[in-house]
Design a protein around this ligand. Structure first.
Ligand SMILES: Nc1ncnc2c1ncn2[C@@H]1O[C@H](COP(=O)(O)OP(=O)(O)OP(=O)(O)O)[C@@H](O)[C@H]1O
Ligand SMILES: [Mg+2]
Length: 323
């Protein structure tokens, strides 16, 4: 590895400074509140996990942090400064991300994909690029050297000239991380970095994320693989239906019955969706009672002809068809 990397390693982890400070972030899409008043901080030297069932609002929250969405309410600060809601400005400020669905340039080489990630950090302007003067060539050589260094760091330097579409899935995910690192971030957001990976690849991804943290980059990671999350993270927050339900150390969150219930889909006291679940269950119970009563009166010839409830056998049949 080159001297640059060694410098980054020696500057490593200094915990305490608040890198990310999201306050009251709310995102509504029409009538749907995908994220509701979420507060979350990430400090330097930390790996923070964001978990929650499908559709909980995790990716939407990331999109609010990175300027892809303008939050309906709330504020996001990076190292004390409020972030402008524009992706390229957020990247320039120091936040990089990977995507839940891999977004590489499939017809570009592995090296070129990393170089794309560097453009926010290259100072050479349009004229320099067009005239291709000495400044341009120097900047280009530096960018290439840094990109190769990052490929070496993730273990893909030997595939620098391969087309990214020819990489196995796990390597594409790693390449996305290298591309994100190319913008020299202070905070890295990873959206399901191990999705589709086998257990060995997942273990390797874990080591890679620790190594990134050790370079002094704070990390916020979304994952469904609980073993991975609880092994990796200093702190974990759980979103359920857009709200932050629980936040604590891995051990605290792991043992929290509300988190278990959220994943198993069981309602619990104070669950944002509990009232809705109770309403549906009551309606189903009522329909089942009505059906039972109607069946009883059909089979019992001596029974009173008037049904006990407005639900008729015809209605319950059509409900069956709706399911
Ligand atoms: N652009 C959008 N327009 C309308 N609704 C959206 C949009 N983006 C997300 N949603 C809705 O917001 C909710 C949260 O979605 P989101 O993708 O953030 O969930 P998630 O926690 O990342 O889920 P998963 O674990 O499946 O990736 C979902 O109901 C989703 O349908
Ligand atoms: Mg998601």
């Amino acid at each position: 590895m080159t001297t640059d990397t060694t410098t980054a390693e020696t500057t490593a982890v200094t915990t305490g400074e608040t890198v990310l400070d999201a306050r009251g972030v709310t995102m509504r899409f029409g009538g749907l509140t995908a994220v509701r008043s979420v507060d979350l901080t990430v400090n330097s030297g930390e790996i923070v996990g964001l978990i929650g069932p499908n559709g909980a609002g995790k990716t939407t929250f990331f999109n609010c942090l990175t300027g892809l969405y303008v939050p309906t309410e709330g504020e996001v600060r990076y190292k004390g400064t409020v972030l402008p809601p524009k992706s390229f400005k957020v990247t320039a400020a120091g936040i990089a991300r990977t995507f839940q669905n891999i977004r590489l340039f499939s017809n570009m080489t592995v090296l070129e994909n990393v170089l794309v990630g560097r453009h926010t950090r290259t100072r050479e302007g349009l004229w320099s690029a067009l005239l291709r003067g000495p400044g341009f060539h120097r900047a280009e050589a530096e960018s290439k050297a840094r990109a190769m260094e990052l490929l070496e760091f993730i273990g893909l330097d030997h595939k620098a000239e391969h087309l990214s579409r020819n990489l196995p899935y796990g390597e594409q995910r790693k390449l996305e991380i290298a591309r994100a690192l190319a913008s020299e971030p202070g905070l890295l957001l990873l959206d399901e970095p191990t999705a589709g990976m086998n257990p060995q690849e997942t273990r390797a991804a874990e080591e890679l994320i620790f190594a990134i943290r050790d370079k002094g980059i704070a990390i916020l990671v979304i994952e469904h693989d609980m073993r991975f999350i609880f092994n990796l993270c200093d702190r974990v927050a759980c979103l359920v239906q857009g709200e932050k339900l629980v936040e604590g150390t891995a051990a605290e969150v792991q043992g929290d019955e509300r988190v278990v219930a959220a994943y198993l889909g069981e309602p619990f006291e104070g669950d944002p969706g509990a009232a809705e679940v109770a309403e549906v269950e009551a309606a189903e119970a009522h329909a089942a009672d009505a059906e039972a009563t109607a069946t009883a009166s059909d089979t019992d010839a001596t029974a009173d002809a008037t049904p006990a409830s407005p639900a008729t056998p015809g209605e319950s049949t059509s409900k069956e068809n709706d399911r």
